[in-house]
Design a binder for this molecule. Structure first.
Ligand SMILES: [Zn+2]
Length: 391
């Protein structure tokens, strides 16, 4: 989820603060699922050294073995990007007029350096009921569950009313390089068309081992990077002056670090707080209830915002993620740059966020520009009309 678009709002669907459940006994097909999940995890799909095409081929082979016809499986490899393959599969429904359900999961993963990991990131390790590996959650758990479900449906002879489509996509974590879901929507739109899609994002919460809630995502923040740059004539470090590229940049970044964008509770966030307040109870529950008042009380927002997850649900956030400055140990820096990564609330524009960052830094020496592709403005979530109709 490192580069995944963040969740804005989740609706508490089913929430019981149940005591920790013991590990379930083996269920039919568990070993087969485990085998599929392991294969997907242990197929490196990073953009640098991996191959989504290999992973897509592996999943296609499993679907074919389960009985899918060749015509219902499409391995789609973009021209000039042989390792960024995607897979679309379809289980035909009984009603040709009913629009499909799309199961959408990405199979690429974020880079993982062996030296940064306690365990090999490309080996599936299970310890005390938890899986450890790159992509174990994001998003290969979902991709494996969807593929496994498609295999089970076929084997059981299940005939849904609607078509059920599966799209395993590449490039979700590196959309500035290649965005598989976007490419499929551009080049194979009819194969992706659906009444609604199930995708990663909302997640759930545990308290200790107790299950608190499972969310449904109704809206989404957008991802945007900004480059900050300061240049300077430089000079010898034995004769320093105060006008220093690193100091300008550090000063600006420190101000961003202390700044909070205004909190804005949209329809989905408000419903989330309303439903979660009695489930969570305690101070957080009380704060969520208080936050529903109009206008939103600042004290409640401040208190809720101590939780980084809830803070990011209420406001646009920006954070410095990389810096690069100077060119020699004994020279005054001629250039200092930084990346600031923002997750922008629905309804807010990337240009407006950039203008606000410039205002917060208040230093004309720091030049700021959009990095990578400009994100679109995410539509504000509106709950009732967009929730899927009942099957
Ligand atoms: Zn993801």
């Amino acid at each position: 989820m490192i580069r995944t678009l963040a969740v804005t709002a989740a609706l508490a669907l089913s929430a019981t603060a149940a005591a920790a459940q013991p590990a379930p006994p083996n269920f039919p097909g568990q070993a087969e699922f485990r085998d599929l999940y392991k294969e997907l995890i242990e197929t490196n799909t990073t953009v640098s050294a991996g191959s989504c095409t290999t992973a897509a081929q592996e999943m296609a082979a499993r679907l074919k073995a389960a009985g899918y016809a060749d015509g219902d499986l499409q391995l789609l490899i973009p021209p000039n990007r042989p390792k960024d393959g995607n897979l679309i599969a379809v289980l035909h429904g009984a009603d040709p007029k009913a629009k499909a359900i799309l199961l959408l999961a990405h199979i690429d993963v974020v880079e993982a350096k062996r030296e940064d990991w306690e365990r090999d990131p490309f080996k599936l390790v299970e310890e005390k009921g938890y899986f450890y590996a790159r992509g174990a959650s994001d998003d290969k758990a979902m991709a494996a569950s969807f593929t496994d479900a498609m295999i089970r449906y076929k084997k059981e002879g299940f005939k849904p009313r609607r078509d059920i489509k599966l799209a395993l996509t590449c490039g979700e974590e590196t959309p500035d390089t290649f965005n598989g879901a976007h490419w499929l929507m551009t080049t194979h739109r009819s194969d992706m068309e659906a009444a609604f899609a199930l995708n990663e994002g909302a997640g759930g919460r545990l308290q200790g081992d107790a299950r608190v809630y499972l969310g449904i995502q109704a809206g989404e923040k957008v991802y945007q990077d900004y480059t900050l740059e300061v240049t300077n004539p430089g000079g010898h470090s034995s004769r320093p002056i105060r006008d220093n590229a690193i100091y300008h940049l550090a000063g600006g970044l420190s101000k961003i670090g202390l700044y909070d964008f205004p909190a804005h509770l949209n329809e989905a966030t408000r419903l989330h707080f309303e439903r979660m307040s009695p489930i969570l109870g305690g101070q957080m529950g009380a704060d969520m209830k208080a936050a529903l008042a109009q206008p939103t009380p600042a004290a409640a927002v401040t208190s809720i915002a101590r939780d980084p997850g809830y803070n990011s649900m209420m406001r646009t956030t920006c954070v410095a993620t990389m810096v690069n400055a100077g060119h020699a140990l004994n020279a005054l820096p001629q250039r200092a740059t930084a990346n600031v990564n923002c997750r922008i609330l629905p309804g807010e524009a990337p240009e407006a966020v950039m203008a606000q960052l410039a205002k917060v830094m208040d230093d004309p020496a720091i030049h700021i520009k959009l990095a990578g592709e400009k994100s679109p403005v995410s539509p504000p979530p509106s709950l009732s009309p967009n929730m899927p109709e009942r099957p």
